[in-house]
Design a protein around this ligand. Sequence first.
Ligand code: SF4
Ligand code: SF4
Length: 286
Amino acid sequence: MSGRCNLCPRRCASRPGFCGAGESPRVFRWGAHFGEEPPLVGERGSGCVFFSRCTMKCAYCQNSPWSWKGGGEDKTVGDLTEIFRSLALVDRCENWNLVSPTPYLGAIREAVKPLLDEGVRLPFVWNSSGYELVETLDEYRDLCDIALFDLRYSENSTAIELSAAPGYVEAARAAVKWAAENAQRLIVRILVLPGHAEEAVANLRWLAGEVSNGVELSLMSQYTPAYKALSMPPLDRAVGEDEYLTVTDEAERLGFENGWVQGFAAADPDSPLLGENMSADHGSVG
Ligand code: SF4
Ligand code: SF4
């Protein structure tokens, strides 16, 4: 299998490239999922398709069996059509939630075309680490009604160390700006990493200054050590309450009012920081 792929900032010279994705879309699992932000879940769940392979390699990835190691099954475009059909017509999900879809965008578009022609359509959620190229977002904007984008790092040195993702900061910030201008809805996820709360604070300041403090924000306390991070202090521990409160306090100071903040064990459940609290078991990190 060969051919160039320039879909993400890595712009690999050949395919399979850095992410390991081949030409056929590989899916680890799919189905109605209730672990996302409340408006994405609605009554019947978010119709998630978890694609295998990922353009980042996070040391703390909880999905390593399929993101790093490629677990899952190769699907034909026709198989993928039937997955989307089932999520829409059998599970009657609220949306089609494309989790880490970037290496397979062409096949996804091809797979949904017959459904769209039949009038079967759900809103597309593009569920991403934020490590995207604006030109790819432009080319596939029809697959991005709702952008669910992470801002994970504010320092490229950390992005390289923890996710092998050079240029992450510029890429993710450009993607968020693109989504603010082009998507129907943008939700920015900020996962607070132990020992790196100041990067979450820096991203909040950037977001308020360069986009808007009206953006829907999802602040996440759920970090759990996994995979290589189990032996990489400080990533081998949960985020501390003081660290997390540094971030939620800054969100309040900056005037963010829309979105969700995951509870912390001792955090005030009636915090006025954001519009709604989100329990700590919500929000998949994709
Ligand atoms: S999607 Fe995968 S193959 Fe394509 S440029 Fe990115 S890492 Fe390389
Ligand atoms: S944590 Fe998310 S972005 Fe990072 S490797 Fe795992 S699936 Fe990819």
